[in-house]
Design a protein. Structure first.
Lengths: 100, 192
């Protein structure tokens, strides 16, 4: 799969966490399932670090060695905005393709 | 120590405190291919760039650069250290909203790190012969006689003498601080 807005690791992680809290490995597995993109551990934790710093996700209570993360209210708003922009872009592009 | 431990230790200590155990857990659940190792090392580099003090990053870069030049016995003029001194000052101000003294201090620390390979080489092996641009053999810590028989003093040799390096570092760090303050002002203006 080629790079594009739909392959942005941060959006992929936020989309995965929209379904409930998950730890790093579970996020990677789910992203591979729903998008076909295999995030490397370095890419995953770079994105998680940034998302935590931005306040878009936060650690939940740890269960053993793995610590789950959950979306914050801010993160949910950000995800909604980004997905809405992507939806607008997709519908615009598809309209253009129909008339091409 | 396993490869997984080494990969986790490649990250800055402050990052490892927060995420190190989780990363180790994820690495333990998958095979370490070349791609995964490269991905983790790239992540470690990004975290160092984000978290480490600018003087450490600039100093490490110049340390490697000076070592490389020593290794290949390069005698050409090299303005890169001066650019990095300015960068260290500007970056310190930009990152920490700090003032001129901190920027100057950062550039001086970078300058000290940049001459460590030369100083070690001098202590261990004595003056190191290198080849100057005009083909003459140069001893890095002194004047040299060019192929035309003229005594020459390359400026780059002078800036590697400790006191001058420190003065150059501080001065260029202050210059960098001005650049950083200007950039910081624009950033704040855009935010406001």
């Amino acid at each position: 799969m080629t790079a594009g807005p739909a392959s942005d690791p941060e959006l992929l992680i936020l989309s995965s966490l929209a379904g409930g809290p998950k730890h790093g490995y579970a996020i990677m597995q789910e992203i591979a399932l729903f998008s076909g993109i295999e995030l490397g551990p370095g890419t995953l934790y770079t994105a998680i670090t940034r998302l935590v710093d931005e306040g878009w996700i936060e650690p939940a209570e740890a269960s053993g060695r793995q610590r789950p993360y959950r979306l914050t209210g801010q993160g949910l708003d950000y995800l909604r905005q980004q997905l809405e922009k992507m939806r607008q872009l997709a519908s615009f592009g598809l309209r253009r393709l129909r008339t091409a | 120590m396993t490869l997984r431990d080494i990969l986790v230790r490649a990250y800055p200590r402050s990052w490892r405190k927060e995420y190190g155990e989780e990363l180790a857990g994820v690495l333990g659940q998958r095979a370490l291919s070349v791609g995964v190792v490269a991905d983790v090392l790239a992540g470690a580099l990004r975290q160092h760039l984000r978290r480490d003090a600018p003087w450490k990053i600039c100093g490490a870069f110049l340390f490697l650069w000076t070592s490389f030049r020593l290794f290949v016995r390069s005698g050409s003029t090299d303005a890169l250290p001066l650019v990095i001194f300015v960068l260290a000052g500007a970056w310190t101000v930009w990152r920490k909203h700090s003032g001129m003294p901190e920027a100057g201090r950062a550039a001086v620390l970078v300058a000290i790190l940049s001459i460590v390979p030369d100083a070690l080489s001098l202590l261990l092996y004595g003056p190191m012969p290198v080849v100057s641009p005009d083909g003459a053999v140069v001893y890095k810590w002194g004047a040299y006689i060019s192929v035309s028989g003229v005594i020459k003093f390359g400026w780059w040799q002078y800036v590697e003498i400790l006191p001058l390096v420190l003065v150059a570092g501080a001065t260029l760090g202050f210059a960098g601080a001005l650049v950083g303050k200007f950039a910081d002002g624009i950033r704040e203006g855009l935010r406001g």
